[in-house]
Design a binder for this molecule. Structure first.
Ligand code: SF4
Length: 297
């Protein structure tokens, strides 16, 4: 029985940076009378969010309410705001600046690069297609750059409703599955006449997806450690499934059961960019323990 630990896996620099920033805010404002709020999950993993909450930072998350409406509920004299690594709509940033809030934006520099490119392309007269996941904070933030010129595409059929004669630039969410991206690209190339593509998958996303295209054919199950809400973890699942290999997404080591792996001879383990290393290590240990118990019987 064999366990392959896929490399690279787990934390990326953008996630580590956001966690460090949030911890520093908690430390620096320890004696502050104002309450610190994180507006949305700092990164998409509940374990990290809970760690941050334990520092006294309150999570405000309501998927039925826009980020702007959420921040409007706070008093700048009584609140300190932390924005997430996925990026925050620029109307929200403008609102908090206009109203003299103390705020900290943990947006990943890779996301900022995409924001900047979208703005540049709009200035140059392009229609911008942004390929993303519906209601993901990065996609919502991108939409706010220019509600008319940025066309958010989350499903292939939506492409057919756009004007394909316009000068068009195509960008995408940093954490999409490269397989999904290719499907979008094929359709765009077939449909649009004057188009330029900008692959915005970040390096961490590409590096974690690449080994899954070269899986050892003896691997029978890939365990992806990550949160259901984590797009980069779901993208890893998407790629494994596309190779015809069984996969499971787990954010709780207790989900690794004897029944799940008892008949497997070779499993592989990877982790999304926002998955804490201690969770992945616990999953690896659980698998090792189960295999050991089978070998000893
Ligand atoms: S996955 Fe990429 S875009 Fe997201 S936080 Fe990590 S480095 Fe940044």
């Amino acid at each position: 029985m064999k366990i392959t630990k896929i490399f690279p896996r787990g934390y990326c620099y953008g996630v580590v940076r956001a966690i460090m920033m949030a911890k520093k805010v908690a430390k620096n404002h320890k004696d502050d009378k104002r309450t610190i709020y994180m507006i949305g999950m700092l990164v998409h993993n509940i374990h990290i969010v809970n760690e941050i909450r334990e520092l006294g930072i309150i999570l405000i998350d309501d998927r039925y309410e826009s980020r702007l409406n959420l921040v409007k509920k706070f008093d700048p004299k009584k609140s300190i705001l932390i924005f997430t690594a996925h990026g925050t709509p620029k109307n929200v940033i403008k609102y908090v600046e206009d109203n003299n809030f103390t705020y900290y934006d943990t947006v990943c520099p890779e996301v900022v690069k995409s924001f900047d490119l979208v703005e540049e392309k709009i200035k140059d007269g392009f229609q911008v297609i942004f390929l993303g996941v519906k209601n993901h904070p990065e996609t919502l933030a991108m939409q706010e750059i220019d509600n008319n010129k940025v066309k958010i595409i989350t499903e292939i059929d939506q492409l057919l409703k756009l004007d394909n004669s316009l000068k068009t630039a195509v960008l995408n969410q940093t954490t999409l599955s490269s397989i999904d991206l290719k499907v979008f690209y094929n359709k765009i190339e077939e449909t649009f006449k004057n188009v330029e593509m900008h692959n915005d998958l970040c390096k961490a996303t590409i590096d974690r997806q690449r080994p899954l295209f070269e899986l050892d054919p003896t691997i029978e199950l890939v365990i992806v450690c990550g949160d259901q809400k984590s797009n980069n973890s779901n993208a890893l699942m998407n790629i494994v499934k596309n190779q015809g290999v069984e996969s499971i997404l787990v954010n709780d080591p207790d989900l690794i059961t004897y029944d799940l792996i008892k008949k497997k001879h070779h499993i592989a383990i990877t982790a999304g960019a926002s998955t804490p290393t201690y969770i992945t290590n616990k999953v690896i240990k659980k698998c090792n323990d189960i295999f050991d118990s089978i070998n000893n019987n």
